[in-house]
Design a binder for this molecule. Structure first.
Ligand SMILES: C[S@@+](CC[C@H](N)C(=O)[O-])C[C@H]1O[C@@H](n2cnc3c(N)ncnc32)[C@H](O)[C@@H]1O
Length: 197
């Protein structure tokens, strides 16, 4: 559950940026991942415009973000026929009954209450052979604020990926954020859920 302070922080972020800036950011992200689509895609923490979903090919697109109702009240979210909006946070998807071919999660795991334990939930949401596309900032303690209240250590990521039973396809650690053009260490990676046996 996001606190009032965290909700306001997220809303301010979206109110202070434009749709065009958002679309350009999603394009940079998709280019870095080399992702163009999959039969079914879930994106977690999309923000009001559906994150990458409007720019990819997929028969089934779902956007999960706990703040869709607040985005709508602020005049930010416009209902789309192209993707389904779920007003839900990643932690609440632990027992979600459906699985998909790709889960995208950008600039979200260091927000709110989420952390590396969310990787376990992502793994459950993937079909065997499905892929997890991750972008995350690794803030230092000095870079924390009302919207980012915990430090994610790079050294814990590998353990979280292994514990979740995912395999690394590729990942890279940058000393800046090549998507937001911001001064945070950032990991961009792709991980796969193996077929059983
Ligand atoms: C900085 S925005 C990133 C949006 C988009 N993915 C991008 O990269 O442009 C972070 C988003 O994560 C959402 N968020 C925060 N905590 C979350 C959680 N626990 N589960 C899912 N989404 C969350 C916020 O509402 C916000 O829209």
């Amino acid at each position: 559950m996001l606190s009032e302070q965290q909700i306001q922080y997220e809303l301010d972020y979206w109110l202070e940026s434009t749709r065009e800036q958002n679309d350009a950011r999603q394009k940079r992200l998709l280019d870095l991942w080399g992702f163009r689509g999959a039969p079914s895609v879930l994106e977690i923490g999309t923000g009001p415009y559906g994150g990458c979903l409007p720019q990819i090919e997929s028969g089934d697109k779902v956007a999960a973000d706990p703040l869709f109702l607040q985005f709508e009240a602020a005049g930010l979210y416009v209902r789309s026929l192209d993707w389904v909006a779920l007003p839900i946070c990643i932690e609440a998807m632990e027992k979600w009954p459906e699985q998909c071919d790709a889960v995208l999660c950008a600039n979200t795991l260091d927000h709110g209450d989420s952390d590396w334990s969310a990787v376990d939930i992502v793994a459950r949401l993937l079909k065997p052979g499905g892929r997890f596309y991750l972008h995350v900032n690794l803030r230092t303690p000095e870079q924390l604020n009302e919207g980012h209240n915990h430090v994610l250590q790079y050294s814990d990521l590998e353990e979280a990926i292994q514990k979740a039973g995912l395999c690394r396809i590729r990942s890279e650690k940058y000393d800046y954020d090549p998507v937001e053009y911001a001064d945070y260490e950032t990991v961009i990676g792709i991980f796969e859920k193996p077929y059983a046996g």
